[in-house]
Design a protein around this ligand. Structure first.
Ligand SMILES: Cc1ncc(COP(=O)(O)O)c(C=O)c1O
Length: 395
């Protein structure tokens, strides 16, 4: 089986995690990890938090966002973000995406601005930077803060400058398949010390509970084993069966993707992050090489998410746009041993979920997009097989 993604593991980390959990106590490692991320991104400081989602909520709360306010979000993003904005009493307003870059455009954001708009969330979708400088310029005309959603994008840059440094604040995610994986957790970066103090205080109030972290490490190891032994096939087959897709996906998300509620980011997670960060640049380089190979082998009528020439991406996901509905080829790929993701396994169509009719581009992208395998476990012959198989399956 060729999985579409593979959480990054360092040799011996399972043993070390057990040891670190036994030693728990001091917050020194978390402080060092915050400093390492701030330094990597090029910001004065950072604050760790239990999830990227929690990071976004804390930023919005700090900005005073609540009842009657509007927050612009990309039409193509994780739906949980819209729900969390609604929980604050505010209204999430989707802005349409470019069908080439799959990112929000400054024009779409401008079209959704009004006197109630209090923040813009700019996602760097699948690691590909959005036109963040233009987005910030549009928002600045009305003094509206921009929050960068860097959940997929640690290591991506625009004109040599790391994402996460352009807006008022940014949040990163360290979930299992993210560029740096600490089996949950996130980080807020900002030049606003008061915000970072709030995030740290929030984290300090969280329960000292390693349960969710340990559950995620076990689930990721099990997933890896299932792929290695082909036992993942029955699960993926259910996922590729339209009538069963929703409950199977929900069950999966509840294990690997659920944000831990009131737990704190643990020193053991910080130690894992400190160990994994140094290899990030090399892992991105490997993925870029694979992505170039794959893109060059695909049929000309299969488009690949565009990366602007002054930008670098993390290749968190390799997203292709098919000339047909992606659901039509997904099972065929699976029957040939290739796992691919479609529809809300990639991102949610938030315009549809919010019953908004001003985002025409997102609908076509949502149904045509497919995430193809891209990770360090693939060889060049694997990538050639992938391209050959997909090219033959697309009608
Ligand atoms: C676009 C986007 N934003 C935010 C998040 C939230 O990150 P976390 O899972 O750490 O809460 C995710 C998670 O995958 C995401 O895909």
């Amino acid at each position: 089986m060729m999985p579409r993604r593979l959480p990054h593991f360092c040799p011996g980390e399972a043993h070390d995690i057990k040891q670190w959990l036994r030693e728990e106590g001091s917050q020194e490692a978390v402080t060092a990890w915050e400093a390492a991320i701030a330094d990597y991104v090029g910001m004065p400081a950072a604050a760790a938090v239990s999830s990227g989602r929690q990071g976004m909520v804390l930023i919005l709360e700090h900005l005073g966002i609540g009842q009657g306010d509007e927050v612009i979000i990309p039409a193509y993003t994780l739906k949980d973000l819209a729900v969390l904005i609604q929980k604050l009493g505010a209204r999430p307003v989707p802005a349409d995406i470019s069908p080439d870059t799959l990112n929000v455009t400054p024009q779409a954001i401008r079209a959704r601005l009004n006197s109630r708009t209090k923040a813009v969330i700019a996602l760097h979708a699948f690691g590909v930077p959005c036109p963040i400088e233009e987005v910030v310029a549009v928002a600045k005309e009305r003094e509206i803060p921009v929050i960068e959603d860097c959940a997929h994008a640690l290591g991506a840059s625009v004109g040599g400058r790391q994402v996460g440094t352009f807006g008022e604040a940014a949040f990163f995610s360290f979930e299992a398949t993210k560029p740096v994986n600490t089996f949950g957790g996130g980080m807020v970066v900002s030049r606003d010390d008061a915000l970072l103090e709030k995030v740290r205080a929030h984290n300090a109030r969280g329960a000292d509970d390693s349960g969710p972290f340990e559950k995620k490490t076990r689930a990721a190891r099990t997933e890896r084993l299932l792929f290695a032994t082909k036992l993942a096939f029955p699960f993926l087959y259910l996922l590729a069966t339209p009538q069963l897709r929703r409950p199977v996906e929900r069950a999966y998300r509840s294990v690997l993707h659920a944000p831990p509620k009131k737990v704190r980011y643990l020193p053991a997670q910080a130690k894992l992050g400190l160990r994994k960060l140094p290899s990030l640049a090399e892992r991105i380089r490997q993925r870029r090489r694979q992505a170039d190979l794959l893109a060059g082998l695909l049929r000309p009528d299969i488009d690949v998410q565009r990366v602007e020439s002054d930008c670098t991406t993390t290749w968190y996901f390799f997203v292709a746009l098919l000339p047909c509905e992606a659901s039509k080829v997904r099972k065929g790929l699976l029957m040939r041993g290739i796992d691919a993701g479609i529809e809300d396994e990639i991102a949610d169509n938030c315009a549809r979920l919010l019953e908004d009719h001003q985002c025409p581009n997102v609908h076509g992208v949502y149904s045509r997009a497919i995430v193809l395998p891209l990770h360090e476990g693939l060889s060049d012959p694997d990538i050639e097989k992938l391209a050959r198989t997909l090219n033959a399956l697309v009608p």
